[in-house]
Design a protein around this ligand. Structure first.
Ligand code: ADP
Ligand code: ZN
Length: 628
């Protein structure tokens, strides 16, 4: 909105300038040609005098303060018809008037066109006025913009960047699948509703709670539910809002926020992405960031500045607590931490139930089946999934969401939009071999997740996809499983090599290689699953802040680094050989499956296994069934 104004002005100003000159041009010509409609032919002054003398002039009209005359004269060449001619008169021709009077010629003097003069004056003024007004307007607009040139003039007044909701309307019932977090936070509702109960026995009510968990797990929702259950206003701001160009803006926003909150106590303040301001001070490349430090200090001051029983509770969300400044986590600040993890199977069922409330599901649909298909999905993913399915249903003009829409929606949420199938070509054959390569290894290697389906329908970045039924949840993973994953990921490239030869392998395996290299590296450096022995060579967490890796160089020597590389290579090489062997030994099955895949575009896991079983023994894979 703000921008369009500026652009509008930027375009209208030049247009006005051009328009103005055009207008001036036409205006000038109208004054100049006044009377031109009556006399287009000109006559010299001398000729005019001759005409008078010869008695051919019948009347004279004077215009332009006597500088122009329209003369009516008899044209002797044309049957004495009357002719109108225009004459430019010399400035001082006083004798003309007496001459005309002497000759008894009708003389009319027309006053100068005053309106023209006024228009001319206005025309000259209007443009500068418009220009000045435009510039003024432009300047005012831009000064209202974020970080615009005018920002410096009024940042102190800090337009509130936080949101306030008097009633969130969210209840604990709307939050599902994160029961532990909910239980811990139910207490906070009581703090807000009946602080006396705690203060009476001398308990200090906590001021701050830190919700830690990946994005989309429902942290915001949870905070809203606390405010909703307690019936108190909900103030929210995102940590990134604090980070501004000008030093002091963030701090003044914090001050404003707490001031408003105190006026509305009891209430709840929610700070999303607190890591944007709350990172460890004085860390990272180039030392600290003044603005962030000031903001953080202000936040700490504000949190210390009110008593626990004034009825303000601050809830902050982050996906990593380890990067936060320790000062934030001290008693009296965010001394409570609640983990909000992606839901497990049971949790996913509950979340799906919550979001299915307002959707029309066909009776055949089992929420449990959907939940089983979606390990690792967060609450937001699940909500998104049901919404996608509903959109697909509407587009297909169906009455209710069926399992077909759900499956399509899962695929879309996981792998992106479906593309148009490839036409038959060598390229398609190659992709088919690549995917069948993944799938046959997934089927024949005992510790690999079973194949769910293979498809040649492109989705997102991928031109073909092999889906595996993921094993349930964050259980422990064995070395054999990791090796199986690496072998499976190499299946695509191995098939290309076996079938088309080393020269024909494609870039299609790039993603696979990246993934499997990551796994192999972690096996060596983190899980102690190589000849280097059972030691951890890299800490669990990634980099805490930008540049940490630069400063605290690895905890091992160059020599060990070389050995790590060698071990990683060895693992991958071993799996690569195994993958190529499996493809070579089952070439007949692979060829048949490729033909079928090109024809059908998608093969379901069950059918795939049956075909492979006609050629060789397929290992039984225990279907992991979690307890409900
Ligand atoms: P976060 O703050 O953790 O990034 P949000 O609270 O913003 O996640 O979640 C986004 C949306 O996802 C919510 O509005 C809600 O619709 C859905 N959602 C996330 N987690 C849950 C949950 N546990 N129960 C129900 N809905 C959820
Ligand atoms: Zn692949």
């Amino acid at each position: 909105m703000k921008f369009s104004w500026r652009i509008l002005l930027l375009w209208t100003l030049p247009a006005l300038v051009i328009g103005f000159f055009f207008w001036q041009g036409t205006f000038a010509s109208t004054t100049g040609n006044m009377g031109s409609n009556t006399a287009s032919t000109r006559m010299t002054y001398g000729r005019f005098l001759d005409y008078i003398d010869s008695g051919r002039v019948t009347s004279v009209d004077l215009y332009d303060s006597g500088r122009t005359a329209i003369v009516e004269a008899v044209d002797v060449d044309l049957d004495n018809r009357l002719q109108r001619l225009r004459v430019d008169l010399p400035i001082s021709a006083p004798e003309l008037i007496s001459k005309l009077r002497d000759s008894n010629i009708a003389l009319t003097s027309h006053p100068a066109r005053n309106d023209g003069a006024i228009w001319g004056l206005l025309g000259n003024l209007i443009f500068p006025i418009l220009l000045i007004a435009g510039l003024f307007f432009l300047f005012r607009r831009s000064s209202n913009m974020n970080g615009g040139p005018g920002q410096a003039m009024n940042f102190g007044k800090s337009r509130a960047r936080f949101m306030m909701e008097a009633k969130t309307g969210v209840l604990f019932d709307d939050v599902a699948g994160i029961e532990e977090a909910k239980e811990e936070l139910e207490e906070v509702v009581t703090f807000l509703k009946q602080p006396e109960r705690f203060t009476a026995v001398g308990a200090r009510i906590p001021k701050g709670v830190l919700l830690v968990g990946p994005p989309g797990t429902g942290k915001t929702l949870l905070a809203k539910a606390i405010a909703g259950e307690a019936g108190v206003p909900f103030f929210s701001i995102s940590g990134s809002e604090f980070v501004e160009m000008f030093v002091g803006v963030g701090a003044s926003r914090v001050r404003d926020l707490f001031k408003k909150a105190k006026e509305n106590a009891p209430c709840l303040i929610f700070i999303d992405e607190i890591d944007a301001v709350g990172r460890q001070r004085g860390a990272g490349i180039g030392g600290g960031n003044d603005e962030r430090e000031q903001t953080l200090n202000q936040l700490l001051t504000e949190m210390d500045g009110f008593e626990g029983n004034t009825g303000i509770i601050v809830i902050a969300a982050t996906n990593r607590a380890d990067v936060l400044d320790t000062a934030l986590l001290r008693p009296g600040r965010f001394d409570r931490q609640v983990m909000v993890d992606p839901p497990d199977l049971k949790g996913r069922i509950k979340v799906l139930e919550v979001h299915a409330r307002d959707k029309k599901l066909a009776s055949e649909i089992s929420i449990e089946v959907i939940a089983r298909r979606t390990p690792g999905f967060t609450g937001a993913d699940l909500s998104n999934l049901l919404n996608e399915a509903a959109i697909l249903t509407a587009r297909r003009r169906k009455e209710a969401i069926t399992m077909l829409e759900i499956n399509d929606a899962v695929d879309r949420v996981v792998a992106g939009m479906e593309g148009t199938p490839l036409v038959d070509s060598k390229n398609k054959r190659l992709i088919a071999y690549h995917e069948v390569g993944h799938a046959i290894i997934g089927t024949l290697v005992k510790d690999h997740d079973p194949v769910q389906k293979v498809t040649l329908i492109p989705r997102g970045q991928a031109q073909g996809l092999t889906w595996f039924t993921p094993s349930e949840e964050q259980g422990l993973i064995t070395r054999a499983q990791l090796l199986a994953r690496i072998t499976g990921a190499l299946g695509g490239r191995a098939a290309e090599e076996e079938v088309f030869g080393d020269a024909e392998v494609t870039t299609g395996a790039g993603g696979d290689l990246q993934q499997l290299t990551g796994i192999a590296r972690q096996m060596v450096t983190r899980y102690g699953m190589s000849d280097l022995g059972s030691l951890s060579l890299e800490s669990q967490e990634g980099e805490v802040f930008l540049g940490a890796g630069l400063m605290s160089r690895a905890e091992y020597s160059e020599e060990v680094a070389a050995r790590i590389d060698q071990q990683v290579r060895q693992i991958i090489e071993h799996c690569h050989q195994e993958a190529r062997e499996i493809i070579r030994d089952n070439r007949d099955a692979v060829d048949r499956l490729v033909d079928l895949l090109i024809e059908k575009e998608t093969i379901e896991g069950e059918e795939f296994r049956q075909i492979v079983a006609e050629y060789t023994d397929v290992p039984e894979k225990p279907q992991y069934v979690p307890q409900l």
